[in-house]
Design a protein around this ligand. Structure first.
Ligand code: SAM
Ligand code: SF4
Ligand code: SF4
Length: 369
């Protein structure tokens, strides 16, 4: 895919010319679901040890990092996890973040990704605190399939109600994220599209990614977005929409009859690293510059070690300036059978890239999806 996107010269750019624009913050590593592709029960069972409370960044610490990030160009913040709504008092964090401003005085765009399980009763408070939008993860509208995928027998009806409650509270347009895993829920793609047509909610079909080291990913389980679009288009004709800005992660389509919009996120078949402007703050305060990172920069040690704002901002800026990440693009090249990893060794088709990734990749629930 094309070279580095064109960006304003005065912004903080990484080695590939990408500015820092987004910060995803994982506010907890815990979750009440055990989605098979994210926190499989065999690994995240009763004995799994989550972070103790004193290792989590406090709301004050998160807000301080976010404030410095906003000074360096961050305009969008997404709260995620684990399940962000399990963090007690989360609306207080939202309220604190809502007070932050960009250097030219604009409020930040504040979003949250949630599994929707407790959203219905929190939506109004989140809106009042200043949350702009929510994305709700929903892998099937079929109750049995949904229960199988969340693996804690959680009913789909509760999440469907939460989506309506969020829209009613003014947190729309609600985006509904469906991770499509072959043989698991891909038979429900069309039902998902049908369910949310004409509702104002926007379904985004997401390619199953090789994040973390525990979900046993292989390429055969990925349903390419092109196939998803073909299947929907055959029944409900679609037409592509132009991207709204350079580096938009989702490709957008509209129903030809005016029934609304859908999106696809093709991190596997059409990597979008060239436009990736996202940094991530893990639950325990490590700064990652890629979802597929193996290690982050420990901001918590600085925050708790008495660093002043100048020092913290210097570390943040330095990390971004040195950033070289483009994992998905390298993986795409490898899985297509081309030697492209840093070691130049072709990986087996179907396997995640091995060359140049010696460490364990961090898990999604810890770094935030
Ligand atoms: N618990 C919240 C939720 O599920 O919305 C927020 C955290 S979750 C890690 C964020 C998003 O990552 C969810 O939409 C989830 O479906 C997605 N996700 C997790 N593992 C994934 C994978 N292997 N491939 C693609 N998306 C994944
Ligand atoms: Fe929990 Fe979200 Fe991961 Fe599912 S995708 S296990 S809801 S963190
Ligand atoms: Fe961004 Fe890393 Fe994903 Fe590429 S692989 S889009 S650099 S997070």
């Amino acid at each position: 895919m094309g070279g580095p996107a064109q960006h304003e010269p005065h912004t903080l750019n990484d080695t590939l010319g990408r500015p820092l624009r987004d910060l995803r913050i994982s506010v907890t590593d815990r979750c009440n679901f055990r989605c098979v592709y994210c926190m499989p029960k065999e690994i995240f069972g009763r004995d799994f040890v989550f972070l103790p409370k004193d290792q989590l960044l406090s709301f004050e610490e998160i807000i301080r990092v976010a404030r410095l990030a906003a000074i360096q160009g961050v305009e969008k913040i997404r709260l995620t996890g684990g399940e962000p709504l399990l963090r007690r008092g989360i609306e207080n964090l939202v309220a604190g973040l809502a007070e932050l401003r960009t250097p030219d005085g604009r409020p930040l765009d504040l979003a949250m990704t949630t599994n929707g399980s407790v959203l219905a009763r929190k939506a109004a408070a989140l809106k009042a605190a200043g949350l702009s939008r929510v994305t709700v993860s929903l892998d099937s509208v079929d109750d049995a399939t949904f229960r199988r995928m969340n693996d804690v027998d959680y009913p789909v009806a509760t999440v469907l109600e939460a989506i309506e409650a969020a829209a009613a509270a003014g947190l729309g347009p609600v985006k509904v994220n469906m991770v499509v895993k072959r043989g698991m829920n891909d038979g429900g793609v069309l039902a998902m599209a049908r369910h949310f047509r004409n509702t104002g909610h926007i379904v985004r079909f997401i390619e199953y990614m090789d994040v973390g080291s525990t979900n046993g990913w292989n390429l055969e389980q990925v349903v390419p977005s092109a196939e998803v679009v073909r299947r929907i288009d055959a029944e409900l004709p679609l037409e592509p929409l132009a991207p709204r800005y350079a580096g938009e992660t989702a490709a957008r389509f509209t129903y030809r009859d005016g029934g609304g919009e859908i999106g696809t996120i093709s991190s596997v078949t059409q990597a979008f690293c060239h436009g990736c402007t996202r940094a991530r703050l893990s639950t325990d305060g490590k700064l990652f510059t890629c979802l597929f990172g193996t290690g982050g920069t420990d901001l918590r040690a600085l925050l708790r070690g008495g660093a002043d704002d100048g020092e913290l901002a210097g570390v943040l800026g330095g990390v971004w300036r040195r950033r070289t990440d483009r994992y998905s693009e390298l993986r795409s090249a490898e899985t297509a059978g081309v030697a492209a990893g840093p070691g130049g060794v072709p990986a087996q088709a179907g396997a995640p890239p091995a060359a140049g990734w010696p460490g364990r990749k961090v898990e999604m629930h810890y770094i935030g999806g």
